[in-house]
Ligand binder design. Structure first.
Ligand code: NAG
Ligand code: NAG
Ligand code: NAG
Ligand code: NAG
Ligand code: NAG
Ligand code: NAG
Ligand code: NAG
Ligand code: ZN
Length: 354
């Protein structure tokens, strides 16, 4: 240590590091290939300047204050028409005192109860749980941007593979250059709330804020406003769907679950996750998606989930005819509010079709 901190070798190392790392631009950050360096915090001036306009990072949203004039006006405009459904359980997902009181007819189309995706409240669209194009996987990842995602994004780029990234607002403000990389690489971005809690537990204003501030964070950092979101843990009901739809967000869920996020928790093992990937591949090979494609829940959460996605990529690409971002499988060529960002439609997609 002493040798390094005094003398010429330290100066040289410092110089090399300073040149190797540019942590002020998307391209500079994307060029870092050591996970521990990628995950060392940095400061990004546009985020620092805007922090007072956001709730505290990783804290569940409780209010949309009056000085957020746009957000407040949007909330008040929808407030009176939000379905009259009582919040459920806790933000940590404890529904043990709520579920026994809930009607078995599932009046709120609460996904967590029996995976309902067809709303009962009039005027709401069904959740997107699969993709319309046959033999196609709507390819996507939740919980990013992860600070150490460069190896994973490099891999996707090398395969010319694009995906749908469901970003957490708090992660976007923590890792703005990583969020920018997703847009630069041509991935689709959807929102995944501000603080990643169980949404059906929030009162109306907090639920609105969880969606609104995640959209605002993505817009601030990447320049685009998403038109889709995915509920953390799938926890959505007609009240939350209504608030999302009023914000212009389509609700995207899944039919297949890799359970990759849960490894090391609740006794879930890597073998079980591999079996889930294997079952999807077997289903595809058995022709189960010959009339409509699939969506599987997978994550940009940590080294394991990203590595497992890479390890399984060749088999998924062989089992399906197409792996595409969900917007591409929907022919949704303008995936954002800003109309100058486009994605190819399904026919035009130069997506790999092995
Ligand atoms: C808006 O008001 C809240 C308190 O209600 C305050 O914490 C926040 O800093 C204010 N934001 C701005 C941009 O002034
Ligand atoms: C929102 O609407 C409810 C009832 O529809 C009302 O009780 C409440 O005061 C409203 N909230 C605001 C902030 O106006
Ligand atoms: C399809 O996947 C399910 C698990 O999601 C599995 O139980 C089933 O055996 C699979 N079917 C085929 C034909 O592979
Ligand atoms: C990203 O992945 C790394 C490596 O597994 C992990 O240490 C980190 O906590 C993850 N989370 C975020 C938010 O980047
Ligand atoms: C996982 O971590 C190892 C060791 O730091 C690294 O070499 C590898 O690139 C990482 N993989 C992914 C997908 O991030
Ligand atoms: C997408 O557009 C193509 C024509 O370009 C069409 O064949 C296909 O059915 C469309 N798919 C959807 C889901 O709209
Ligand atoms: C879209 O328009 C905005 C605002 O004019 C601009 O800042 C942005 O660079 C444009 N993006 C693309 C991809 O053209
Ligand atoms: Zn998530």
């Amino acid at each position: 240590m002493h040798l390094l901190t005094s003398g010429p070798s330290f100066a040289l190392l410092l110089a090399l590091h300073t040149h190797a790392q540019d942590r002020t631009t998307e391209a500079g950050e994307a060029a870092i290939d050591a996970p521990t360096l990628e995950c060392a915090p940095y400061s990004y001036p546009p985020v620092v300047a805007a922090l007072a306009s956001f709730p505290p990072i990783w804290t569940p949203v409780t209010s949309v204050p009056a000085n957020d004039t746009e957000g407040r006006a949007k909330f008040l405009a929808m407030n009176a028409s939000i379905p009259n459904i009582t919040p459920k359980g806790t933000m940590a997902g404890d529904f043990s005192s709520f579920t026994p009181t809930y009607s078995t007819t599932d009046p709120d189309c609460w996904w967590t109860f029996h995976q309902c995706v067809t709303p009962k409240f009039k005027g709401l669209n069904a959740d997107i749980a699969n993709v319309p194009e046959p033999r196609t996987l709507g390819y996507g990842f939740d919980d990013g941007p992860n600070c150490s995602h460069n190896a994973f994004y490099d891999y996707l780029t090398a395969q010319q593979q694009k995906a749908t990234m469901f970003f957490i607002g708090s992660n976007v403000l923590d890792w703005p250059l990583e969020a920018q990389r997703a847009v630069a690489d041509g991935h689709q971005i959807c929102a995944h709330t501000w603080s990643h809690r169980y949404m059906t537990a929030f009162p109306n204003e907090g639920a609105f804020g969880e969606l609104w501030y995640s959209m605002q964070a993505i817009k601030l950092v990447t320049g685009v406003t998403p038109t889709c979101w995915r509920p953390p843990f799938g926890d959505v009901d007609d009240r939350i769907r209504y608030i999302a739809s009023q914000l212009g967000l389509e609700t995207i869920i899944w039919q297949f679950n890799s359970n990759d996020w849960e490894v090391g928790l609740n006794g879930v093992t890597t073998d079980q996750v591999q079996a889930n990937y294997d079952a999807l591949v077997a289903n595809a090979s058995a022709g189960m998606f010959n009339s409509a494609g699939a969506i599987m829940l997978t994550h940009e959460l940590n080294n394991y989930t990203m590595q497992t996605a890479m390890d399984n990529y060749p088999r998924l690409a062989a089992a399906f005819d197409h792996l595409v971002p969900i917007a591409v499988a929907q022919n949704k060529t303008q995936p954002y509010v800003e109309t100058n960002y486009t994605m190819p439609d399904f026919a035009a997609c130069a997506c790999p079709s092995p």
